[in-house]
Ligand binder design. Sequence first.
Ligand SMILES: [Fe+2]
Length: 591
Amino acid sequence: MAEYKLEVTTGTMKYAGTMDYIHATLFGTEGQSERTELDNFGFDALSGMTRTYTIKTTTSLGKLLLLKVEKDPFFILSEDEWYCSKIVVTTPEGEAILFPCYRWISRGELVELRGGKAMKVFEDDCPLLIDHRKKELTSKKRLYQTDLCDFQIFRWAITDEKIPHRIHYTDIDELPAEVRFSLSKEHEIRFTKKLTQNVVFCNIFICDQKIMDKIPTREYDGKPLQAAAGLCLFYMNPENKLMPIAIQLHQQPSEQNPIFLPSDSETDWLLAKIFVKSADAMEYQAIYHLMGTHFLAEVFAVAALRSFPVIHPLYKFLIPHFRYTLHINTLSRTILFGHKGALNTSTLGYEGMTELIRRGLSEMTYSSLCLPENITARGLESVPNFYYRDDGLKLWNIINSFVRKVVEHFYPSDNDVVKDTELQDWISEIFTHGFLANKLAGFPTTFDAVEEVVKFITMLIFTVTAQHAALNNGQFDFLSWMPNGSLLTRRPPPTTKGQSSVETILETFPNIGETVKFAAQAVVLSEKYSDMVLLGAYTEEWFQEPALKQMIKEFQADLSNLTDIITVRNSELELPYTYLSPTEIENSVTI
Ligand SMILES: [Fe+2]
């Protein structure tokens, strides 16, 4: 007689537990156990609890390969989903094997967990596991396909040829269990700071909104609205402050396109700044926030879900960085960015915002997503008081050093990278569906070296954590006071000087009802989740390997040091820059 001890942990969120029956079956190289009910006296699967069970077999099952978990109805009660965090199995030989689960389980679902060390495709040598790996990927590709009635089952959803492709689900209730919100959510957001296309000449800087030129706009009261596509010159004054010194609201110089100056009438100069800030707010939301973080995060996630089996080291490494992303994007396509979404009330409306995203993606390069290269290309290395850059570069380096340790652990040589077909599938899907096969922009199509994987995953983690925090978390602070960046301007940009008054400015701003809607949006997007996971927290235990646990500890220590450095710096600032403090950065795009 052999005994296997199972320690089963239920998630800590509300409603994680279940009254339903739970059965487990173990599969090993030397056979399988009976299908055994996990039943102790009292409630078994309660939120946050770990319960221990025993499965008995006549002889040892040899090397443990799979753990099958099933949930069956308790009498005639309705579906009662269970959130299983993990199961640790101790074998008769004394080995403790971790089987991470971290997902909701419904009745009748086939859940087969793999335990132990992370394994790449060429490392699996047991026929049962090779077969399991293939079946898992086939079923994943079905789950994350476009249309269940369509025979081309491996397609992505393409709503527009020129914006990143996406998951096909339109209703959050249909999302697969592994990517759904837990039920204990409360929302949060705050608003942004974005990276404008800046070019620097000594102490003169230019912000060029060329990307807004001739962009479609929506109609308002039967007339088309107009957005600026401005050029704004800034001067770095002796107090190290960037001050606007000249604004032209359209690209082509003409008599109807004067250059506004601080010496013009107060309302003329204010109006010019209002239009530049309005265009900036739309560009920031569409290109940098939505496309640059939310849509790209979705592509990285869907490609990973389709390409990596759960036992793959990069699945284990990256899945915490995709938490809730598909859920929030599916929601935001309806309430924020869909045809009836809040962004449609902007000057550009749905068509204009979509066109802005298309243009943004067509101009995006790989190096623009890599912060050190981005800062150098824009000549912003020495601008004083640029805390996004200062904190961002430190974070980039910390993430890079962590990623390097993890990637080099699993890929000791370039050859390991080249022969991992699942890894190659992943980057190929991202290149095709995220970067739309734009070879000229420098995005990788394959990985030939360890270094390339390190760089790409550094960029990925930076984008979905730090970059999203920098763009998302200042929204309330910067945009809830509408004149600072109104998404809607009801009057066209001024074409002459000396004609404006306070009345003109009031007619340019959204009306009271529209302003309230924009402010409400900023408030809703500023709520905090009760179960927020911070950068590097890794609350789920995906890795069995002690080396990985140690790397995570070192990463957390580096982040904690950075928090201290930023706190000291901020204590001397009149307006502290907190968005890139690790204690403010989430581990994934969730809002
Ligand atoms: Fe966001």
